[in-house]
Design a protein around this ligand. Sequence first.
Ligand SMILES: *Cc1c(COP(=O)(O)O)cnc(C)c1O
Ligand code: SF4
Length: 346
Amino acid sequence: MESWRRRLAESITTPEEIAERFGTDPALLAPVARRYPLRITRHYLGLIRSVGDPIWRQCVPDPQELEDDQLPDPLDEERLSPVPGLIHRYPDRVVWLVSNECAVYCRFCMRKRRVGCPLRGGDGGTMHEALRYIAETPQIRDIILSGGDPLLLDDEHLEQILARLRSIPHVEIVRIGTRTPVTLPERITSRLCRMLRRYHPLYVNTHFNHPREITPEAARACARLADAGIPLGNQTVLLRGVNDDPAVMTRLMQRLLAIRVRPYYLHQMDLVRGTGHFRTTVWTGISIMEGLRGHTSGMATPYYVIDAPEGKGKIPILPDCATLQGDTWLLRNYRGETIKYRDPVG
Ligand SMILES: *Cc1c(COP(=O)(O)O)cnc(C)c1O
Ligand code: SF4
């Protein structure tokens, strides 16, 4: 067994183990853990400093998960699936859900409806169908491997997927979305990186939500990927009681750049059942973006996006910084000053 598998097997998976360690009541968490799976790696567990802190909130079940009355799949991902596991929403790119397993089951997950459940159809058959759809659809040039977490697959299985994708001429780039640098940094082995670098152009988008997640181990995992020539991006979810604070978010984005990870998206929480207690207002997101824009490196500033219901797509939300008045643009800079700007007449 590879050592990351052993580390994963040591994870906490029951409310009793949480109770034992933190002195909480396991009876409160048991119904939640029966409804939505629980797993916390030793690495991630070690980042908790106190009950209810930003790390705790992300990984420990909360009875509020059972109170929410939203839809399980508001983005209509299942309806947009031409074959099981493939989401084709935009013209030139698809999301391929190659795994339903994650190292840590995040309580705010947008795919709560399926993570931790067996992969439907059995992977051999669905893999064949998905590959055939991609091969027969020449407008697809960008494949996003997601899940669950694709890096919970073994190197051999992942390599098989990458090799098959690379044999399709119109597939230009492959992206992998993974939270393992944060939750199971042991997964980013040099063996994995040696394999991945044979399938360029390859991008990895990871998922840090709080500056405390940027540990020396996570930094080393990201360095290994970056040293394999893989550009690293980050997708953060805006979460109440975790990172809904301009100072925390600024620190997170700055520290990501310091480990060679470029902030890509800041996601407004989707209206997914079981995640209501994490939701913030859009105003919170806008004020956080105002706190970033101009105050720190432009490279530290992600796009703030709302994924519109019914699969209508991601929409960037920009602070209101340009209005046209007659033939003059009124521009607002990061200090709140208004600057007049006129297009040269041409
Ligand atoms: C987010 C997403 C993509 C990728 O969008 P980009 O803006 O290109 O990163 C593709 N398909 C689906 C269904 C998505 O949700
Ligand atoms: S790692 Fe991603 S897919 Fe897995 S539980 Fe967390 S948010 Fe969901």
